[in-house]
Write a protein that binds this ligand. Structure first.
Ligand SMILES: [Zn+2]
Length: 339
């Protein structure tokens, strides 16, 4: 008889008398899966770890349930200031619930299912997502924190690995926007308009953008050879779209190629259009410079690298998964773990 079968039978007995559903395996909490009836207890700081060892879902002693990538918070339940917390349990009704010591529910995933009560499970996955599954492995809920490993490119800017700034400049090749307007929009998008979402400061400030000039074009700057990123503006962009490319390859790391210089060519209408549009396009092309790739067409996960051009919704800002991935690329944190 399988161990899970025993667990389900015990839980069914408890459930039929209308009592809150408990598991007794208090030592649990060091694998990647929380099965129905099991708990992660707050007092012991119990947690799940993804099979690849990168992600941790921790039931903290402060009552908050937090998903970490290293020290980076990907998701949390928000229960850090609600009084004492007993822990979190995966229930046989499919609901994931955080309870107080007196069994008052403080947070739940809102995924309770009709009977029969059965062995739902919570999995901390190697892609960074934490998911509630039915016994038939249908997902009911997730933290929506997948990390887009398949969408890493193998090209990025060498300067991301040190604490030198990523200097950039702008150049109007032709088109109707002024240099100062374009350069100001680029700077504001990278590190001013939305500090909680922009690229700046990632990897403990290894990713740090500085505008060399807002009024002098790249090709008139005496120190042009020292500038890592040039943003050019052209009326037709690159055949009707914006694009980017690299020059001067330096060392490679585990098959990933570093380059000294990166170039973007914006289509003028992309950077002179609505605020949302230029935020999106600037962030998307800069995402490429920082090592992110375009997705397969129609694969619409939450990322600034997905866009209407790929049959998806445009995102104005880099999403949490984008920022985590760029941080990892800059830190090499996940290089040796990639398949
Ligand atoms: Zn792209």
């Amino acid at each position: 008889m399988k161990p899970h079968t025993v667990l389900v039978l015990v839980i069914l007995t408890v459930a039929t008398v209308g009592v809150a559903i408990f598991g007794q395996r208090t030592a649990y909490g060091y694998g990647s899966t929380l099965y129905a009836g099991e708990w992660l207890y707050s007092a012991q700081g119990q947690y799940l770890t993804s099979p690849n060892g990168i992600f941790r879902l921790l039931m903290q002693t402060d009552g908050n349930l937090v998903l970490y990538d290293g020290s980076w918070v990907l998701w949390h339940s928000g229960t850090y200031n609600v009084g004492p917390v007993l822990g979190v349990t995966m229930q046989t009704d499919g609901n994931l619930v955080i309870y107080s010591p007196s069994l008052t529910p403080l947070w739940h995933s809102n995924t309770h299912q009709p009977p029969p009560y059965t062995n739902y499970r919570l999995e901390a996955q190697s892609d960074g997502n934490v998911v509630i599954y039915t016994p038939a492995s249908a997902p009911l809920w997730s933290t929506n924190t997948w990390v887009q490993e398949p969408y890493q490119s193998y090209l990025h800017l060498a300067y991301m690995h040190d604490t030198n700034a990523e200097d950039f400049c702008a150049l109007i090749e032709d088109g109707s926007i002024g240099l100062n307007t374009a350069a100001t929009r680029i700077r504001a998008t990278l590190h001013q308009d939305d500090a909680s979402h922009d690229w700046d400061g990632l990897a403990v400030n290894k990713v740090f953008f500085i505008a060399v000039s807002l009024t002098i074009p790249c090709n008139q700057l005496a120190n042009r050879a020292n500038i890592q990123i040039e943003y050019w503006v052209h009326s037709s962009g690159c055949g009707g779209v914006s694009c980017q490319w690299f020059t001067s390859p330096t060392i490679s790391h585990n098959g990933r190629q570093d380059y000294l210089y990166a170039y973007v060519r914006f289509k003028t209408s992309h950077i002179s259009g609505s605020t949302f549009l230029y935020h999106h396009v600037i962030n998307h092309e800069t995402g490429h410079i920082l090592g992110l790739a375009d997705p397969p067409y129609g694969d619409c996960k939450v990322s600034v690298m997905h866009s209407a051009h790929y049959g998806c919704t445009d995102r104005e800002w880099p999403q949490s998964g984008d920022r985590v991935l760029v941080t990892d690329i800059a830190n090499y944190a996940r290089y040796d773990l990639l398949p």
